[in-house]
Design a protein around this ligand. Structure first.
Ligand SMILES: [Zn+2]
Length: 273
């Protein structure tokens, strides 16, 4: 099915579809082989981290429509996926703590109000949670973004809030003092408003480098998410975690399905970016 979808989506052509199925089977077998060789007490699994922005009916690649989002979340629920928190993800990566079957981390960048109005009811219906990275200067100050009351309600219901800085400026354009200021001030404001210090960070526009990673670590964050396509695994850099961006397109669900189902293989072949 995925081969069909992927080909239709224009990502793959001709015999590559068959190769994909073969590699997919090899990748499943390979996971167990690696676990056995290193005598790990747990199965080695790569974790998909989905990255959304807006859930809205406007025509914008960054805006998945509520109907599309409901279809995607329904697919995950019907196929036995369980949403996890970043703490669970890091507990698994650092200490090998157990995860539920078919774990998946759903994230939203920027903190749009439609995350509360449109995504939250759909996620709640399935008992799912998500992690939202806030731009603290925009929360409660701009109608397009969440209010702190909305964030507090979601936080009480298991949603996790991380920092996406104060201003959303790409950190590569700032000096180290400014970067440290963005990291500290956004964390302080989220802690003041929600009563919990954010431990996770997402780079605005995805821009980062090794120096910035180090500043994020020094500021007390436990991990940081990029927009680099891929799944998170034991070899991932905790301050440059991969995600799977989900966009709106004429074939949104097919693209979504391909990105989820074939991610382990497509990532190795470098087909999807
Ligand atoms: Zn952003």
């Amino acid at each position: 099915m995925c081969t069909y979808f992927c080909k239709k989506h224009g990502l793959l052509a001709g015999g590559l579809g068959l190769l994909l199925l073969v590699l997919l089977a090899a990748s499943v077998g390979g996971t167990h082989a690696v676990a056995g060789r290193h005598h790990q007490p747990f199965a080695l699994t790569d974790i998909p981290v989905l990255n959304y922005h807006k859930i809205d009916d406007i025509d914008n690649p960054l805006a998945v429509t509520p109907a599309e989002f409901a279809e995607q979340v329904g697919y995950l629920a019907d196929n036995g996926y369980h949403t996890i928190t970043p703490d669970q993800l890091m507990g698994y990566l650092k200490y090998g703590r157990a995860l539920p079957d078919k774990p998946i981390l759903i994230t939203f960048d920027d903190g749009y109000r439609d995350n509360y109005a449109n995504a939250y009811p759909i996620l709640k219906k399935h008992g799912f949670t998500a992690t939202i990275f806030l731009v603290t200067d925009l929360v409660g100050n701009d109608d397009r973004f969440l209010t702190w009351d909305e964030a507090r309600e979601m936080h009480k219901n298991g949603f996790v809030f991380g920092s996406h800085t104060v201003s959303h400026l790409p950190l590569t354009t700032l000096d180290p003092e400014q970067i440290a200021g963005e990291l500290a001030a956004s964390a302080a404001e989220i802690e003041r408003q929600l009563g919990a210090r954010p431990r996770y960070f997402a780079y605005p526009t995805g821009a980062y480098n090794l120096k910035i990673e180090e500043l994020v670590r020094q500021s007390g964050y436990r991990a940081a998410f990029t927009i680099r396509y891929g799944q998170v695994g034991l070899e991932s850099d905790p301050y440059a975690l991969e995600r799977i961006p989900i966009y709106h397109s004429s074939r949104t669900f097919r693209s979504f399905y391909c990105r989820i189902a074939a991610a382990p293989v497509l990532e190795r072949l470098g087909i999807i970016r």
